[in-house]
Design a protein around this ligand. Sequence first.
Ligand SMILES: Cc1cc2nc3c(=O)[nH]c(=O)nc-3n(C[C@H](O)[C@H](O)[C@H](O)COP(=O)(O)O)c2cc1C
Length: 356
Amino acid sequence: MLFEPLKHPRLALQNRIVMAPLTRSRAIDNIPNSIMADYYGQRASAGLIITEGTSPSPDGLGYARIPGLFNAEHVAGWKLSTDVAHRGGAKIFIQLMHCGRVTGTANLPAGARTVGPTDEVLEGEMYTDVAGMQPHATPHALTEAEIPAVIAEYVSAAKLAIEAGFDGIELHAANGYLLEQFLNANINTRIDGYGGSAAARNRLVLETARACVAAIGADKVGIRVSPYGVFNGTGEFDGVAEQYIELAKGLSEIGLVYLHLVDHSAMGAPEVPAVFKAHLRAAFKGLFIASGGLEAASAEAILQAGKADLVAFGRPFISNPDLPRRMQQSLALAEPDANTFYTPGPVGYSDYPAAA
Ligand SMILES: Cc1cc2nc3c(=O)[nH]c(=O)nc-3n(C[C@H](O)[C@H](O)[C@H](O)COP(=O)(O)O)c2cc1C
């Protein structure tokens, strides 16, 4: 099934293979550029490309050289990538990633500020180009009155995404960035309308999803979540399963086109229970994307068993630009070089060759 087109009324794809979102830190001054277009164009045999995490605002630019989507220069830069992705037959969604408290101050442009659900600092350090490793910045705890402006940043980025030629957006509500900072009870210790109960922790994500759907349409909005993840100070909490099932039901009512589940157990994170995955899928009426540690056989098995509609590959796409063909023809896969995951320039990025 992997190589069969997806003929879904809400999303038609040339195959069931998704390129997972991968931060690659090649956007000098946070502006998408032509080597990024080279890279995405080389990978356009995927059914769906989900771009690297891209900030909807200056405040969200937590990592060095991640792209933004909040001004005309970003739109023009991204058009290069959407054009080549479409020429190769792929659809392309942009992942909107506001890093929230996961940042080093030196990564933020002048005037931007670190924000989060509380003022608690994330342990550990962040790489910055100008000052090397820095402790994470102290976040400003967003007040209830400030939250509509944060949602408005996502809405503005969603509209710019359409202008830039994207087929849709993926809300990054996984891996400990701003939206998950609100979802996760270990981080969100607020006791107001946005914290203190499962429903209150889910509220920012649901409001953001609803606002983006109102702006660009439900068929153009997907979301990524990582319950049971441990990255960036997250981790399991009491009632995590019940909270995410409610979240999935809410997102389903809003009508999101897909729910993309992260399972990083192949990278050392805890297992995501199989029964939870089944309940999550059942709670959501749209398309379901499985990801994490997949290869052709395991991905095919997931599709055959009806456990997902689409399957995403991350690291294999870094070093195999023609991954769908290699999987279909059982060609050897190249291993990615982790030393160049986040370094600037084309080396270890747009110079991985296609198979002969
Ligand atoms: C270099 C690198 C960058 C990543 N950047 C992102 C990102 O921007 N957004 C995101 O949701 N996940 C990100 N991930 C996680 C991947 O999307 C994926 O979930 C993970 O690599 C597991 O899938 P895999 O085993 O197929 O690689 C990143 C992973 C890697 C290795």
